[in-house]
Design a protein around this ligand. Structure first.
Ligand SMILES: Nc1nc2c(ncn2[C@@H]2O[C@H](COP(=O)(O)OP(=O)(O)OP(=O)(O)O)[C@@H](O)[C@H]2O)c(=O)[nH]1
Ligand SMILES: [Mg+2]
Length: 460
């Protein structure tokens, strides 16, 4: 089976919790706070790897979790960071968010990476919350929960040229003649059920050609087998449109065949109609095919498309076809590389630094505050701890949440919901001096911070 699609669930590692602890020393009744920070959780990363040829493995194992960050410990020890989980995928894998359908990335180059789920930040230990008025904070931050999501992976064949046409026109016979590929060949339609790839040597060039299952009228709407494989054609630089000069399939007319296939390509994707192509009239060895060939030739000349009459059986005309396709692919490839290098990995990720938030009215007459960084402040707070709660309240004041709520009409006693936690609105007078000591949310805990890392060194 040719597997080209998979749907997987990924979950990054949760951040480890910060530690609240106090120094214990002989003869010192109460030492200062010394709780270390929690470690960052590991990311889940997709990496394009030419050694992987299918997405098959992702059909069998669908759940992937990165390691969590370790909790901080006393004596200023930071928790270890969780290891990233790296998932290798074939070159040409397109990644989408399964829930929203949003395009996340097209992994085409060897080694190209995409963070598909970001690990949670580690919580800060209590040493971070010392202020002149509170020298012994008895609280620390919880770790940030990790990102999780379902994504779909879709692999598109990376062939330079695709043999496209009605069933039984001789596409598989042609790829067998041109390359070492040995697909099944038979005189009934839909012999080829999955694309075959072959490497073709053309003078000093070589190119990869795909033999795609036959298309029929309505393929773009799901008729026949061609539908699933039209997608593979999207990625090829060149289309080798093959017609049967004997017109044997369904007693068809060659020019009608050409028009039908062109129509299917176009209705599948507009840009396919403009894709460079060559026309190939196959089975010229059969008697009475010269007239059909002449008609195709006239059509090709009129539309300025290169035309070749060939026989996959005798080999007639094949050298000229292969050489010309080799040249065209060579030129097109140079253009594609140029375009690809300007395309960046587009991983759209709500940055944690996003400070904006929104205040909404709730059905119960209260207010809800929505915004990632504000929600995160709440999620990382040990709600049952009064000191932690008081600190959170100051942070919310500093972030402008209290002001925004008051502006929206909130008065003391109103219900305020943030990240699923409900508070009672209560305007507290906080001095500017007090706010000064509220650390900014975005202080990154990195290796080499003023806190020594005693054990469990971060892996990055
Ligand atoms: N006489 C003659 N017969 C050919 C030639 N090329 C292919 N055939 C025959 O045409 C039939 C179909 O060939 P395939 O190569 O299987 O055709 P296909 O386009 O791959 O067909 P599907 O995979 O079903 O879409 C087979 O019986 C081949 O032997 C040719 O150049 N001359
Ligand atoms: Mg075939």
């Amino acid at each position: 089976m040719f597997v080209d699609e998979a749907k997987i669930y990924v979950r990054a590692g949760d951040g480890g919790a910060g530690c609240k602890s106090f120094r214990r020393e002989a003869y010192v009744p109460k030492g200062g706070p010394d709780g270390g920070d929690g470690g960052r959780g590991g990311n889940v990363i997709l990496r394009a790897d030419g050694a992987v040829s299918t997405l098959l493995d992702y059909r069998y194992i669908r759940h992937y979790k990165a390691e969590r960050g370790i909790h901080g410990k006393g004596s200023m020890r930071h928790g270890a960071w969780g290891d990233d989980l790296i998932l290798p995928v074939p070159l040409g894998t397109v990644v989408r968010d399964d829930n929203t359908g949003e395009f996340l990335a097209d992994l085409t180059h060897q080694g190209q990476e995409l963070i598909i789920a970001e690990g949670g930040r580690g919580g800060r230990g209590n040493i971070h919350f010392v202020t002149p008025t509170k020298r012994a904070p008895a609280f620390a931050e919880l770790g940030e929960p990790a990102e999780e999501r379902w994504v779909t992976l879709e692999m598109k064949l990376l062939a330079d040229a695709a043999l496209v046409g009605f069933p039984s026109v001789g596409k598989s016979s042609l790829i067998a003649r041109m390359s070492a590929a040995r697909p099944k060949i038979a005189d009934y339609p839909f012999t080829t059920l999955a694309p075959n790839l072959g490497v073709v040597k053309a003078g000093n060039n070589s190119f990869v050609v795909a033999d795609v299952p036959g298309l029929i009228e309505g393929a773009s709407e799901g008729k026949g087998l061609g539908h699933a494989f039209l997608r593979h054609i999207e990625r090829t630089a060149l289309i080798i449109h093959v017609v049967d000069l004997t017109g044997s399939y369904d007693e068809r007319d060659v020019l009608e065949d050409i028009a039908v296939i062109d129509g299917e390509l176009e209705s599948h994707a507009k840009e396919l109609a403009a894709r460079p192509r060559v026309l190939v009239g196959n089975k010229i060895d059969v008697a009475h095919t010269a007239e059909a060939s002449a008609r195709v030739r006239a059509f090709a000349e009129e539309h300025e498309i290169p035309y070749f009459e060939v026989s996959a059986v005798t080999g007639q005309g094949m050298d000229a076809l292969v050489l010309r396709v080799g040249e065209m692919v060579h030129g097109l490839r140079a253009k594609i590389v140029e375009e690809a290098s300007s395309a960046e990995v587009r991983y759209v990720h709500t940055p944690v630094r996003e400070r904006s938030f929104e205040v909404k009215r709730t059905d119960s007459g209260g207010y809800e505050v929505v915004g990632r960084s504000i929600e995160r402040m709440v999620i990382m707070t040990e709600i049952g701890n009064d000191e932690a709660l008081a600190f959170l309240q100051k942070r919310l004041v500093k972030a402008g949440v209290e002001k925004a709520l008051a502006e929206a009409g909130a008065v003391d006693g109103d219900e305020i919901t943030i990240a699923g936690v409900t508070f009672e609105f209560e305007g507290v007078p906080v001095t500017d001096e007090e706010l000064e000591f509220i650390e900014d949310d975005e202080i990154e805990i990195v290796e080499g911070d003023e806190v020594p890392i005693i054990e469990d060194e971060p892996t990055e």
